[in-house]
Design a protein around this ligand. Structure first.
Ligand code: CP
Length: 318
């Protein structure tokens, strides 16, 4: 099958693909606002959530997206599956595929696992976050959220480069973040200037290929950016002592109330969630009027409807 059946990384879409997702998402936002938020576009299709790692937002929004497109959904839970009897990832996905499905939405702690799954099956595979590698639908919903804010404020934007002219700081645990990898690629492609702000221990050993510059001084950066995008400390992917203490991390790299007050007029705050209030972001700052965190979650459903529609509508059944 053609690689076009899968979404494994931001690069799979490119500029035109992202523009197509953005335009389709506008339609699905309109569907989501109806009294009956449902269309028959994927009736008869089956979308399976295959999550080997915890999730609230991604799992639920993919399921909501599939249902709003009238697809059937199946939910694989590692804790109650035959994985605990020793079944391999390959045997698991081939077993699920044999039930007659159309798409696998895969989250896995190992980078590259969704690509491996795509090489074993003939159905569409969507990367819902793999290790430190990528989380492409998070990047899409973040780009859509920024584009929607600019349009709502009456800004005139370039349809294919809707982030043109923006300066975005991505702050925190860049090293272990798949969101950072996908978002740097997408933000830069869509025209933004990206600044990575982190202590040296929370940056990747090499930034070759990252379309971003680095700064270690959050105080110096915060006043000159249009968007501050915060990341959680990913302790589940970090087995070394990379920080002296949480308190020192917050002092140097948290969006405290003091730093939030330094943001320019019209600057926005974003975070992919889950949030650790009081660590990377002060509790009250997360709820400020310039925080787009709930907009990001809301847009996630319509963006994932667009992705499922593009991959499955009009294609032969799996
Ligand atoms: N942003 C994100 O991927 O959240 P979940 O881990 O809750 O899916």
């Amino acid at each position: 099958m053609s690689p076009a059946r899968c979404l494994l990384a931001v690069a799979d879409l490119g500029l035109d693909g992202i523009a197509e997702v953005m335009t389709l998402t506008d339609s699905f936002v309109e569907v989501s606002e109806r009294a009956m938020p449902k269309v028959p576009a994927l009736r008869g299709r089956t979308v399976v959530s295959l999550f080997y790692e915890d999730s609230t937002r991604t799992r639920l929004s993919f399921e909501a997206a599939a249902r709003r497109l009238s697809a059937d959904t199946m939910n694989f839970s590692v804790s109650t599956s035959s994985v605990h009897k020793g079944e391999s990832l390959r045997d698991t996905v081939e077993t699920i595929e044999a039930m007659g499905i159309d798409a696998l939405v895969v989250r896995h702690p190992s980078s590259g696992a969704p690509a491996q799954v795509a090489s074993w099956v003939d159905v569409s595979v969507i990367n819902a976050g793999d290790g430190w590698h990528e989380h492409p639908t998070q990047a899409l919903l973040d780009c859509y959220t920024i584009r929607a804010q600019r349009l709502a404020q009456g800004e005139s934007i370039d349809a294919t480069r809707p982030l043109d002219g923006l300066r975005i700081a991505i702050v925190g645990d860049i090293k272990h973040s798949r969101v950072a990898r996908s978002n740097v690629a997408a933000f830069a492609l869509l025209g933004a200037e990206v600044i990575l702000v982190a202590p040296p221990t929370l940056l990747p050993p090499s930034l070759a290929g990252w379309l971003a510059v680095v700064d270690h001084d959050f105080d110096a950066v915060v006043a000159k950016v249009d968007i501050v995008y915060l990341l959680r400390l990913q302790s589940e992917r970090c087995d070394e002592a990379l920080l002296p203490s949480r308190r020192e991390y917050t002092a140097g790299y948290g969006l405290t109330s003091r730093r939030a007050a330094m943001l320019g007029d019209g600057a926005w705050i974003m975070h992919p969630g889950p949030i650790n209030r009081g660590v990377e972001i002060a509790a009250d700052v997360a709820d400020q009027s310039n925080s787009l965190i709930t907009n990001q979650v809301a847009n996630g459903v319509a963006v994932r409807m667009a992705v499922l529609f593009l991959l499955l509508a009009g294609k032969p059944r799996g």
